[in-house]
Design a protein around this ligand. Structure first.
Ligand code: C2E
Ligand code: MG
Ligand code: MG
Ligand code: MG
Length: 290
């Protein structure tokens, strides 16, 4: 599996190692030190308008470039950051870094007007009372129009949300920020919330596109999920598009954006800037990896 994760992610570190108490304590203190240094970095995965292959956004994905353990993927340290109370700092650093980059792309006229920057936030960050103030201040400081920012929140975090979460969502919405349900289809939740929550878009989890157990995919099922989202009046984004067959099928369904290794892996900033500059339509082809 390590090979499929892209060349930059060297799997020397596995989450299961966190069961080792000593290592966990060590990693926790290393993570605390890493925040605010250049050990944390972000990669950007292009989001593609399936109709014409144009890049209409990026998802910002954090990585930890550990001095001795190599590139640690987020699934291996985000839970640790949550446990030690450092997730807010991580999520805010990622958001600030991404919006600063977006402001640079905008000033250089490298992105279209409807371009959107997607960041992930943890359920814990959504629960912070000053979270919306932070977002508002950041948008103002970077002169970024609120609809250019999409905040991705996992289905499970949204559905189990209490009063503070609901307040944050409504305030973000009022601010004009776009809210997206992430990992749709994995949360064991009722689908009625699609009509009740203040969200704008749904990102369908990649397991809907491809059965993890069998590796097969079912076009009829995928089409039904898309129709459900449209019926709820929401926009649809599909992740985990890995084959041309999947891309062609999704394109035939209607107005859909997508991301996946078929189009491009998450890329470091210089590669994404180059992609935007050259106006290249995706897919880039198998030669390009981050
Ligand atoms: P996610 O938000 O669902 O992000 C999509 C993940 O799927 C990324 O993994 C991406 O590299 C991967 N992916 C994209 N296309 C394909 C594909 O075609 N095939 C396959 N097999 N995988 C694909 P990544 O970068 O390892 O991130 C994992 C998760 O970590 C993210 O899942 C997100 O939940 C979390 N995460 C990443 N950055 C942040 C952050 O700044 N803050 C928080 N709280 N969570 C983050
Ligand atoms: Mg996401
Ligand atoms: Mg997702
Ligand atoms: Mg996910």
């Amino acid at each position: 599996a390590a090979k499929n994760e892209g060349r930059s992610i060297i799997k020397t570190f596995e989450p299961v190692m966190l069961y080792d108490r000593q290592l966990r304590t060590l990693m926790a203190s290393e993570l605390r030190d890493a925040i605010g240094t250049d050990q944390l970095c972000v990669h950007y995965q292009p989001i593609v308008n399936l109709r014409d292959g144009s890049v209409n956004g990026v998802e910002v994905l954090v990585r930890w470039n550990h001095p001795t353990r190599g590139m640690i993927p987020p699934d291996s340290f985000i839970p640790l950051a949550e446990e030690i109370g450092a997730i807010s700092e991580v999520d805010r650093w990622v958001m600030a870094t991404a919006l600063q980059q977006y402001a640079i792309w905008r000033a250089a006229l490298l992105v279209p007007e409807n371009f959107q920057v997607r960041v992930n936030i943890s359920a814990i960050e959504l629960r912070q009372l000053d979270m919306v103030d932070f977002v508002r201040g950041l948008l103002k400081r970077m002169s970024v129009p609120p609809p250019s920012l999409v905040i991705e929140i996992t289905e499970s975090a949204l559905v189990s949300g209490g009063e503070v979460e609901t307040y944050s969502l409504l305030s973000l919405k009022q601010l004009g920020v776009c809210i997206e349900i992430d990992d749709f289809g994995t949360g064991y939740s009722s689908i009625s919330y699609l009509r009740n929550l203040p969200v704008d878009m749904v990102k369908v989890d990649r397991s809907i596109l491809r059965e993890p157990a069998t590796g097969s995919w079912q076009p009829d099922f995928v089409a039904a999920v898309f129709q459900l989202i449209r019926a709820a009046g929401l926009g649809a984004v599909f992740e985990g598009i890995e084959t041309q067959e999947q891309a062609d099928f999704l394109r035939s369904l209607g107005e859909i954006s997508g991301q996946g290794f078929y189009f491009s892996r998450p890329l470091p900033e210089p590669a994404v800037t180059e992609l935007l500059r050259s106006g290249n339509a995706l897919p880039l082809g198998p030669a390009v990896q981050s």
